[in-house]
Write a protein that binds this ligand. Structure first.
Ligand code: SF4
Length: 333
């Protein structure tokens, strides 16, 4: 069976095999994530740590991570959880949402609440959350119903259809843009076109979860819907989700999903002015106002013997990106 969750489109032959992410496996006649509800990290973080600078600044968010990733960056800053199963606790979407509500001070139980760090919602982060979009979707629905927000921190390497199906529930996201060079993306197990398509679809998405109700859930018997057995929504809902507005319309109406990007400056990979200009130009074609974090690399994973990004190099790259983008933010300095 082919997994259609990301552009690797892995063939998973039997119940003993997993895809390239190490997460998705065959269960009966379905491909499901082995890490569903397996939590490796749960922390109340400042929203700026995601990083998000222009979405509810000064607030805190319950950040939840599992394990696994569908890319192979040798500098991975979360190596301990990205490269395979690790010890974890198990929490259902309901339990995560309940914890978020408790820390928000809305549950009526003040025992565990810090009034200085009231929680605004749930961030799906640390490992790559979109190797298990089922968990994000199931949790995000409950978090939204409770009146809290959902934040996604992702490498953007999900099949566009899967990615779009989550947009009605996500209030803000930070997506990594590793490079503007398609060949370099390939060398780390990524696909530039997919990441750009998803950034565009999040940045142009205008809508709410209104109208995305159970009656719109995909009908597996729908003969007019060729993807009925593999997707989440009906043809009608998908056509709503696929609707795109022009940047001019978005500027006039406003966005429903706030988007920021992160460009980690990795020595020897993407640290020249030409490198960052190539990436910044691609972002500017989508919307030059998207906040663009240019952050420092620190030695990790297979690059433990490489020095951190020099601050003078980082600041030069920030200035180069500013030639194309209006909101460039240096990070990790
Ligand atoms: S999500 Fe995992 S199994 Fe599915 S295509 Fe991507 S890497 Fe392969």
């Amino acid at each position: 069976m082919i997994c259609r969750n990301c552009p690797h489109y892995c063939e998973i032959k039997d119940a003993q095999s997993v895809g390239k992410c190490g997460v998705r496996k065959l269960v009966g006649d379905e491909i499901l994530p082995a890490n569903y509800g397996e939590i490796t990290s749960l922390a109340l973080d400042p929203i700026e740590k995601k990083p998000l600078s222009r979405f509810r600044p000064g607030t805190f968010i319950l950040s939840v991570g599992s394990w696994g990733c569908n890319m192979t960056c040798p500098w991975c800053q979360n190596e301990a959880i990205s490269r395979g199963p690790v010890q974890c606790s198990v929490m259902s979407p309901k339990e995560v949402a309940a914890k978020a509500v408790e820390l928000s001070g809305r549950s009526g139980n003040a025992a565990n609440v810090s009034w200085e760090t009231l929680n605004i919602g749930v961030a799906y982060t640390y490992n790559e959350p979109l190797v298990a979009p089922e968990f994000v979707r199931d949790t995000a629905k409950l978090v939204r119903e409770a009146g809290l927000v959902n934040v996604l921190v992702s490498n953007g390497m999900a099949d566009p259809k899967i990615f779009e199906s989550l947009l009605p529930y996500i209030d803000a996201m930070n997506i990594d843009l590793k490079t503007g060079d398609p060949e370099k993306y390939k060398s780390i197990g990524g696909n530039l076109d997919t990441v750009l398509a998803n950034i565009k679809s999040a940045a142009y998405f205008v809508g709410t979860s209104k109208g995305i109700t159970d009656e719109n859930e995909r009908d597996p018997q729908d003969k007019d819907d060729p993807d009925a057995k593999t997707g989440i929504y009906s043809t009608r809902t998908r056509s709503i989700l696929n609707f795109k507005r022009s940047p001019e319309e978005v500027a006039r109406i406003g966005r429903s999903c706030h988007v920021e990007l992160t460009y980690l400056v990795v020595p020897g990979f993407n640290d020249t002015e030409e490198d960052i200009k190539q990436a910044a130009k691609l972002v500017a074609e989508i919307d030059p106002r998207i906040p663009f974090h240019v952050t420092r690399f620190f030695p990790a994973a297979d690059m433990k013997n490489v020095m951190p990004t020099r601050i003078d190099v980082l600041l030069r790259l920030v200035e180069a990106a500013k030639q194309y983008l209006t909101d460039v933010i240096p990070g990790n300095i």
